[in-house]
Design a protein around this ligand. Structure first.
Ligand code: DGJ
Length: 590
């Protein structure tokens, strides 16, 4: 069943009416979202699916020939899915004439390589700007108007602002028509086979170089009331709103009225937007170390509403043809892009998630392009209000991949530019192999309190994690593959894990931890030891019963080594070496 975000966010089960065609799609195994506990899972052919992926560089798949050497690279690194751009310009070079060759080529090559695809619709917007719009759109300034910034200028400090404006039905309808044609075709060629799992609608939308569109149509809307649909949503969810938005509304007295009455003053037009906010200071507005503060939220909220409404129409037109899950992605606010306009203003950032929910019920997921070091914090901020986590763009950190799926119930993890010049790190390939093997077990536990993940950097103090009937103490060991035997009752000295003089950076240790029974666990990942303390009544001491290193083959556990002695500190401490899966049973003794 296709569960819209609005549905599970509000819990209004009775509001969801399954049409005959939706039921038919469910029966046929069409990709759809389904709630399990606190998680939302992607179900493909009746089974939960983890998208263990990479995103191709923007134009890699515009040529099927130049993709030839890339497919084996993806397979060798154990990806199960590639995120692939579809250029509107290439898809509809002349208005109403669609070119399906690229999409068909990608689908057929993916099948040959046993891969799945998530297509990215590079329609009106890509990184805020409109470089993928077809020539017939670009050259028609009248029918397809651009945003205006700085009180009417179309040229900013750094050149022309080639951004299509959301304030144009003609633009919206042209984009929606093309997207609908794409979805119609995907259903025709893939409706039975499900190589295509999901769709990304546009890419990193939002206004750049100003905090909002200042074209005459935008100014009129901005001076008018906040639309009743949005006010109604805010009132209905007043106590459950994302705190950042609620604080802004509260500071303005929970009013209704114009955008500035409800959310405060917009940016004065006298202030020009720098490209990066840590470059040139803008007088008193500089807020070094204060980059998470919201500036001119009324402008950003206004743009979020208008992008949400526009993209909702595009997504809805596509879903009417083929109803598979759809998401939008956001360029994040960050220290050097701290003000709306230095990051695309109005994109699906955490502070405007409620506005996107209210404005774009056809979009299932609001996703982060997660390049900032605050990885866990952003995962948590993108998981609020029931928003499923989906990471379409990020770096190649294995620890982040394990954390995303194990702790934050992510549907996808996908480093950007995976086809690039550099090889895909062996560490990531090994982690991807583990994730693929473990998918049935991870997805069986996601959304419950029997699964989590933890990370440790070199130098971190041991971490305690309560899971199942035991409290686990995780201690960093890094890349060490040989752990010296210790006398019974003595710990391995931490000096053993001190930095070594190698060129290799220290391993970031991380593991997915799963309690599969009262005294049974699986651990996957590595770079740490694990001690157990019982947290239920009974004998105080905990011993390691069976310790097995192994792998999953077709979902079945296959033991590769049975461990004891030096490999589990004489039965006292579990040693989880990098890139391993361990199954352990525990027992208690007085
Ligand atoms: C974010 C964009 O969404 C991608 O398409 C790509 O341009 C990367 N940035 C480049 O780092």
């Amino acid at each position: 069943m296709q569960i819209s975000r609005k549905f599970f966010l509000t819990g209004m089960i009775s509001a969801v009416i399954l049409s005959a065609s939706a039921l038919a799609q469910m029966d046929s195994g069409t990709p759809h979202l389904q709630r399990q506990g606190s998680a939302t899972q992607l179900i493909v052919d009746g089974k939960p699916f983890l998208i263990v992926a990479g995103e191709l560089s923007n134009n890699a798949a515009t040529s099927i020939e130049s993709m030839e050497p890339i497919w084996p690279k993806l397979v060798a690194a154990n990806l199960n899915t590639a995120l692939v751009g579809v250029s509107w310009a290439q898809f509809e070079p002349q208005e109403g004439r669609f070119n399906y060759a690229q999409v068909d080529g990608v689908i057929s090559k993916a099948r040959e390589n046993h891969l799945h695809i998530v297509f990215i619709w590079f329609g009106c917007w890509k990184n805020g700007t409109s470089s993928y719009a077809p020539y017939w759109v670009k050259r028609d300034y009248t029918r397809f108007p651009r945003i205006q910034i700085d009180d009417g200028k179309t040229v900013s400090i750094s050149g022309p602002v080639e951004l299509l404006s959301t304030f144009s039905e003609a633009t919206r309808d042209a984009d929606a028509k093309a997207f609908a044609a794409l979805m119609h075709h995907i259903k025709e060629v893939d409706g039975a086979q499900h190589t295509v799992l999901m769709m990304q609608v546009e890419n990193e939308v939002g206004v750049l170089r100003d905090s909002r569109d200042r074209s005459p149509a935008a100014n009129r809307a901005f001076a008018g009331p906040v639309p009743p649909e949005l006010m109604k949503y805010l009132e209905a969810h007043k106590d459950a709103l994302i705190p950042e938005l609620r604080e802004v509304w509260a500071a303005n007295g929970f009013k209704s009225g114009t955008w500035e009455q409800v959310f405060g003053a917009g940016k004065p037009t006298s202030i020009q937007m720098p490209i990066q906010t840590n470059a040139a200071a803008i007088g008193a507005l500089r807020h070094e170390g204060d980059w998470l503060k919201l500036n001119w939220p009324s402008d950003e909220f206004f743009m979020a509403w208008n992008y949400a409404r526009f993209l909702d129409k595009v997504a809805a037109a596509g879903k009417a043809e083929y109803n598979i899950p759809m998401y939008v992605n956001g360029w994040l606010q960050q220290p050097n892009h701290a003000w709306p306009g230095s990051y695309p203003s109005g994109g699906p950032l955490p502070q405007v998630h409620d506005i996107w929910r209210a404005g774009a019920p056809s979009i299932d997921i609001l996703a982060p392009d997660l390049y900032v070091p605050q990885f866990d914090d952003l995962c948590a901020r993108f998981s609020r209000g029931g928003n499923p986590l989906f990471i379409p763009e990020t770096g190649t950190s294995s620890a982040n991949a394990l954390m995303a799926f194990g702790k934050y119930n992510s549907i996808a993890f996908s480093p950007f530019g995976i086809d690039g010049n550099r090889p895909i790190p062996a560490e990531l390939a090994a982690t991807y192999s583990i994730l693929n093997q473990l998918t049935p077990m991870i997805t069986a536990h996601q959304g419950m309190d029997s699964i989590t993940a933890a990370r440790l950097s070199q130098g971190d103090a041991p971490k305690q994690v309560k899971l199942g009937n035991y409290t686990l103490t995780l201690t960093y060991t890094g890349r060490a593959t040989h752990i010296p035997p210790q006398p019974i009752g003595e710990r391995i000295p931490s000096s053993f894990f001190a930095p070594t003089a190698t060129a290799e950076p220290p391993l970031e240790a991380a593991a997915i931890l799963i309690a599969t029974g009262p005294d049974e666990y699986y651990f996957a990942g590595g770079g740490m030891t694990i001690d157990f303390a019982a947290n239920t009544p009974g004998p105080k001491n905990v011993g390691l019963g069976d310790v097995q290193e192994g792998k999953f083959v077709d979902g079945n556990w296959v033991v590769t080594r049975q461990l004891a002695g030096d490999d589990d500190a004489q039965g006292e401490i579990l040693i989880l070496r990098p890139n391993t899966i361990l199954r352990v049973t525990l027992y208690r003794f007085p």
